[in-house]
Design a binder for this molecule. Structure first.
Ligand SMILES: Nc1ncnc2c1ncn2[C@@H]1O[C@H](COP(=O)(O)OP(=O)(O)O)[C@@H](O)[C@H]1O
Ligand SMILES: [Mg+2]
Length: 352
């Protein structure tokens, strides 16, 4: 894959970062709160990712294993991702929801090749993202992923028109029919009538539609969108969300879309929730409904979906906050019992 010296450097960096984590957990032992960090490091030691699973025909589009991200500033360390596991199949549309600060953008930026983890593994389309050389990473960002941001200023060149903007990412590719492709994309996002408009002549929602066309320009295998409806009104948000759904159902585009909009997320067959840098729960369309056409489903009805908590390899789950609060625990101890394959969690002070 990469040049040996570069790969060695990557391995060295990773080792140093793993050591940093171990140092952190050693410090935290003194404070008596090291369980999660030491579990993370022991998980890493036990980890054995099967290579065939990653690059074979049935390989998922995304496989994230135990991703850890620590941001270090001079004053403090922020654990943005705390052992995140996620698998996304080819052709899936997955929504990620979570409170502000839960690690959604950190994860999406890693998928986009814009950030590196402190530990863990990430495979996209069979590529181990953290073993790419700089050159491979440039190609990855150009050809494998397309990115749509909340603030579309990151996608758009303000003084170029819509057509020119869409053709910009195609310049370095061998695509022969750049103009035709741009026209096709303008049509797809419903913006054919504005092809010669400059970006500063378009509304926020229209700009976002052009940003989606730009992200699709090089036919990415994975389309990433970080709160793409965060700065537009309700009606435009619905339009944009439906556009993502259409890309998925009609063109089988694999899409991961981060949103804080719970109503919009209900339109998606699979919604994963991030809490404190980890996938805490997942909502999946019930099997019966997944056999129906889109038009036959009332997406706003709760009963169409099942909600599950996610249990990681170490057996940890995150108890939904409202359930935990209802137990009114005084400390951090909880009574766990099992009966008829049903596990119960109780306040130890509560009489059974
Ligand atoms: N570059 C950075 N430096 C330091 N801390 C960061 C940086 N980026 C994100 N964080 C912190 O990491 C956590 C997760 O952030 P982020 O992934 O942006 O969350 P979200 O997108 O879910 O709102 C937050 O506590 C945030 O303050
Ligand atoms: Mg964010």
């Amino acid at each position: 894959m990469g040049k040996p010296d570069k790969m060695n450097k990557n391995i060295k960096d990773t080792n140093e970062e793993v050591k940093d984590i171990q140092d952190t957990s050693a410090e935290e032992v003194k404070e008596g709160s090291a369980e999660s960090m030491s579990a993370i490091t022991s998980d890493m030691a036990n980890e054995a990712t099967d290579n065939d699973l990653i690059s074979g025909d049935n390989a998922p589009m995304v496989l994230a294993e135990n991703l850890v991200k620590i941001y270090k500033t001079s004053e403090l360390e922020v654990l943005a991702l705390q052992g995140l596991d996620l698998r996304v199949e080819r052709g899936e549309l997955t929504a990620i929801i979570g409170n502000s600060g839960s690690g959604k953008s950190t994860f999406l930026n890693m998928l986009g090749g814009l950030d590196e983890p402190s530990a863990g593994k990430l495979f996209v389309d069979g590529k181990n993202l953290f073993k790419l050389t700089n050159k491979e990473k440039v190609l990855y960002k150009r050809d494998t992923v397309g990115f749509v941001w909340q603030n579309n200023g990151r996608n758009l060149l303000p003084f170029m028109n819509a057509m020119e903007n869409i053709m910009t990412p195609m310049h370095l590719t061998s695509d022969k029919n750049k103009k035709e492709r741009a026209l096709e994309l303008l049509d797809l996002v419903g913006m054919s009538h504005r092809k010669y408009s400059r970006m500063n002549q378009l509304s926020g929602g229209e700009q976002q539609r052009i940003a989606i066309a730009i992200a699709l320009a090089n036919r990415p295998k994975l389309l990433l969108a970080d709160e793409p409806t965060g700065s537009v009104d309700r009606k435009t948000a619905d339009y944009i969300f439906d556009l993502f759904k259409r890309l998925n159902t009609e063109y089988h585009q694999t899409i991961i879309i981060v949103t804080h909009d719970v109503e919009l997320s209900k339109k998606v067959a699979r919604v994963v929730a991030i809490r404190d840098g980890k996938i805490s729960s997942e909502r999946i369309l019930k099997e019966h409904y997944s056999n129906l056409g889109n038009g036959e489903i009332n997406w706003m009805e709760e009963e169409t979906q099942d909600e599950f908590s996610i249990v990681d390899r170490a057996g940890r789950i995150q108890i939904p906050r409202n359930m935990l609060d209802s137990l009114e625990l005084k400390g951090n101890k909880i009574k766990v019992t099992i009966e008829d394959k049903t596990i119960m969690l109780q306040n130890p002070e509560e009489k059974i």
